[in-house]
Design a protein around this ligand. Sequence first.
Ligand code: NAG
Ligand code: NAG
Ligand code: NAG
Ligand code: NAG
Ligand code: NAG
Ligand code: NAG
Ligand code: NAG
Ligand code: NAG
Length: 501
Amino acid sequence: MAAALPLPTTRPLLLLAIFLLLATLSSAAVHVKRSSPHGIGVNYGRVADNLPSPTRSVELLRSVNAGSVKIYDANATVLRALSRTGMAVSIMVPNEIIPSIAASFAAADRWVGENLSPYYPATRVKYLLVGNELLSDYSIANSTWPRIVTAMENLHLSLRKRGISSVKISTTLAMDVIKSGAFPRPPSAAAFRDDIAGEVMRPLLEFLNGTNSYYFVDAYPYFVWAANNETVALDYALLAGGGGGRYVDPGTGLTYTNLFDEMLDAVVFAMAKLGYGGVKLGVAETGWPNGGDYEQIGCNVHNAAVYNRNLAARMARNPGTPARPGAKMPVFVFSLYNEDLKPGPGTERHWGLYYANGTAAYPVDLAGARPLESYPPLPAPENDTPYKGPVWCVLAAAAGGERINETAVGAAVAYACGQGNGTCDAIQPGGECFRPNTTAAHASYAFNSYWQHLRKTGATCYFNNLAEETTKDPSKPEKFYSILAQILIDTCVAVYYSALQ
Ligand SMILES: *[C@@H]1O[C@H](CO)[C@@H](O)[C@H](O)[C@H]1NC(C)=O
Ligand SMILES: *[C@@H]1O[C@H](CO)[C@@H](O)[C@H](O)[C@H]1NC(C)=O
Ligand SMILES: *[C@@H]1O[C@H](CO)[C@@H](O)[C@H](O)[C@H]1NC(C)=O
Ligand SMILES: *[C@@H]1O[C@H](CO)[C@@H](O)[C@H](O)[C@H]1NC(C)=O
Ligand SMILES: *[C@@H]1O[C@H](CO)[C@@H](O)[C@H](O)[C@H]1NC(C)=O
Ligand SMILES: *[C@@H]1O[C@H](CO)[C@@H](O)[C@H](O)[C@H]1NC(C)=O
Ligand SMILES: *[C@@H]1O[C@H](CO)[C@@H](O)[C@H](O)[C@H]1NC(C)=O
Ligand SMILES: *[C@@H]1O[C@H](CO)[C@@H](O)[C@H](O)[C@H]1NC(C)=O
């Protein structure tokens, strides 16, 4: 989930006055139309091929009382759909173009001229985020990290030149910018990684401080809890209040009642160590997955609803954090939809307040005004403890049968078979799983073999949605083609099982 400094330029006061007037008029008009309260914000991610239109998405944002929305680009259709909604909007400069925006003021100014100013102020752009989690991507350490702040300065100058003063420039940073990672206990001992502290973080904080902007963190108690499920109470991660226990930071004596606050204060203390303890904090992403893979834990509708409802109710009170009591923080929940094209483990595709078909995963009032007891009952959480049985990775039902795409499945099988040693020996001609000689049977074997052998090193059962996990032994299909085929399939049982070891 990343960075920069301000140079004032003079601008005719008249132009500024007109801008201010327009901004005032547009927000006044909006206030009249607006009946819902201002809730926390929502990330409107669109890494999917099946989402409702931007116009419909705005309706869905309103119906959960979202007060603001964050997008990962500056898509014109989306920005138009958000115009005159009153919602504060956060837009993003894609990671790839940051070096070019740093290299020339003209390029930065052109970007603003094409992606921001045509929609502003009818669309209430409030944050311009320069890149997404840049400091987590080591492949751009040389090409981009040293240029983040310069890009921000160029963009800042462009906004000034255009008389736009209400847009804050920042970047988003994942918890891995902290030396000890996402669970830096005690928070007061947290510091930025040595490879970035001096060269990247210091100038970045200088820019944020000088422009009165925010440090935007992506903070996911879910992942910290999942990795420490035996030692951290689930309620402590779910913002469930007193029942979840507490932690006292021995360095400061501050008492923590939830994991989220610990993560945020780690950032606060890391900033303070570089001399920028006064930079404001915002949360660019947080949330809880409503589903995931069998071997993942605690990802379910129940916990997702509890986390996001608790978050909204909490933020409505502006509690700040133990280190910064009462501090106001912009917060964006991740995400509006379950996004089917996000790679990685199953949780990646299950952060939505809504499913892709527009049905709410669970009701939530992001304004935090609805009493928690007034929500209808939730489905019981079924995976709060680790799943113990065997799991296989097979060709997804939706990708098989009549709809099988031979090209796509063939490419995925070729990839799977190219990884590891002897991953697909059994489905070569003469191998014990060659028959049935069908793309579907070979794909299930190849996906499973790949995943069983390489999951310890991070391999996932995904293959662009062509694969899915199952707890039903795939070597025993319900409908089999012939007695002979079944006998041949049975010989694969041993292979499937041995792959589990
Ligand atoms: C912007 O979003 C619309 C609606 O989803 C899409 O049709 C269009 O291709 C997007 N534009 C760009 C440049 O990605
Ligand atoms: C960045 O530069 C250093 C020093 O020149 C080099 O060792 C490193 O491999 C480079 N990293 C990348 C990702 O190019
Ligand atoms: C941060 O900004 C404030 C207000 O402009 C200023 O007083 C302070 O010196 C700045 N801090 C640093 C470390 O530059
Ligand atoms: C549960 O936590 C333990 C350590 O506390 C960890 O080894 C294990 O991987 C976690 N389980 C899951 C499913 O993440
Ligand atoms: C929408 O998708 C969800 C999740 O796949 C499903 O449970 C629900 O029934 C769907 N709703 C409609 C109206 O199709
Ligand atoms: C099949 O998959 C290929 C490669 O992913 C894709 O280009 C093509 O559009 C797909 N065909 C159909 C009919 O979906
Ligand atoms: C394949 O096996 C060889 C020899 O045991 C080993 O050196 C190599 O790392 C293995 N490759 C993979 C991708 O597992
Ligand atoms: C296996 O199936 C492929 C594709 O249908 C076919 O070209 C090939 O001849 C078959 N091989 C055998 C030995 O049946």
